[in-house]
Write a protein that binds this ligand. Structure first.
Ligand code: GGG
Length: 356
């Protein structure tokens, strides 16, 4: 075996703690099957429990503790009953994304055989696209403030930030992904009629980048009609690139159109590989279903497959995705898919099929 890949395992909060063991189960099965050495280090922080014990989401030396890691495998963050969501998110996940410069958030959307699709007449294969979300700037900033707090004159400002560097690099990544796909189509999601400075500027940056990739066909869509088309005509999409907030919304809407957000994985990438990338399900901590062992583990497991792919193990990725396809087609399934299997029964079924 080669040098082990060093992976920080961060279950986080809520159902992150229930789906993570299944992600690890499948990861270990694939590693064994494909001769991949993994060194897994469980991280107890980046959780609201840690916050309640220490007053912060992560220790001051979190970066030093993660030094030398090749990837972070992350469950979910958030427990709003005890810690406000913006505190837990900015204290953990957003720190990883920004400080490790994970500027591409790649979120595949796919309709699988055996998954009931809420959209009439859609069949597996009809829906298969990638949302590429800008992940370090845009609408997610902490620039702003409150004036006259608590008075009738109260006024709140929060700035959005779009840098040329930040926008061009995510557009470039999206064009390159489109180049690798048979349809070679890119949809640019903006709102250039209403948000009249930054969004027309995004479109201009995209047009300039398009000149470098003439083989890619491009269309520009306002986020409102684009959302409607996700529901009405999801088969027309191939790669969709969007700002931080728009990309976040689209990548919940997309999986909802293909049956359940419980299937949706994501890869927060530092494509330059100067820092570790982070792999997590799109879903959050889901406090409403935590503790019942009914969370769908597929998003966590598929995120693990994306991690292996990024670490150079394409065959192991394909193997896991094939195991997921088989289990979704034949069962067992968790209740979000109309079944009655537990989180671990579904994870176990997928692990057993890895390498078969
Ligand atoms: N695993 C995903 C997770 O924990 N999500 C929490 C959340 O609210 N994320 C917001 C975001 O991705 O912007």
């Amino acid at each position: 075996m080669n040098q082990p890949h060093r992976i920080a395992v961060i279950p986080g909060d809520g159902i992150g703690q229930e789906v993570m063991p299944e992600g690890l189960r499948v990861l270990r099965a694939a590693a064994e099957r494909h001769g991949i050495a993994l060194q897994l280090t469980e991280i107890p922080w980046a959780s609201c429990d840690w916050y309640l014990q220490t007053g912060q989401m992560m220790p001051d030396d979190w970066k030093a503790q993660l030094a030398g890691m090749d990837a972070l495998y992350f469950g979910a963050v958030g427990w709003p009953a005890t810690v406000p969501d913006h505190v837990s998110l900015w204290g953990s996940l957003l720190k990883f994304r920004r400080e490790f410069d994970q500027y591409v958030n790649l979120r595949p959307v796919r309709l699988f055989d055996g998954v009931p699709c809420p959209l009439a007449g859609r069949r597996p294969g009809d829906i298969d696209f990638l949302v590429v979300r800008e992940n370090t700037e845009g609408e997610y900033t902490n620039l702003g403030g409150v004036m006259f707090a608590g008075t009738e004159r109260e006024l709140v400002i929060q700035e959005s930030v779009f840098s040329r560097h930040g926008t061009d690099r995510v557009l470039k990544h999206a064009f390159e992904l489109a180049m690798q796909r048979p349809r070679r189509h890119l949809t640019v999601a903006t709102k250039s009629n209403g948000i009249a400075i930054s969004m027309p500027w995004w479109d201009t940056r995209a047009r300039e980048m398009h000149a470098r990739y003439p083989e890619v066909s491009v269309d520009f869509q306002h986020i409102d009609i684009l959302s409607a088309r996700f529901v009405l005509q999801p088969d027309r999409f191939d790669v969709v690139v969007a700002s931080n907030l728009f990309g976040d919304i689209l990548s919940d809407l997309g999986p909802a159109c293909t049956g359940t957000i419980g299937l949706a994985p994501s890869a927060n990438l530092n494509p330059d590989r100067r820092f570790p990338s982070l792999f997590e399900p799109v879903h959050g901590s889901a406090p409403d279903i935590f503790g019942r062992q009914i969370a769908n583990p597929v998003a966590m497991i598929w995120s693990g497959a994306l991690m292996l792919d990024f670490l150079g193990h394409r065959a192991a990725h394909d193997d896991i995705v094939r195991a997921i396809e088989q289990v979704l087609a034949t069962g067992p399934r968790t209740p979000d898919l109309g079944g009655s299997a537990s989180t671990s029964e579904m994870g176990e079924a997928i692990a057993q099929r890895v390498g078969m």
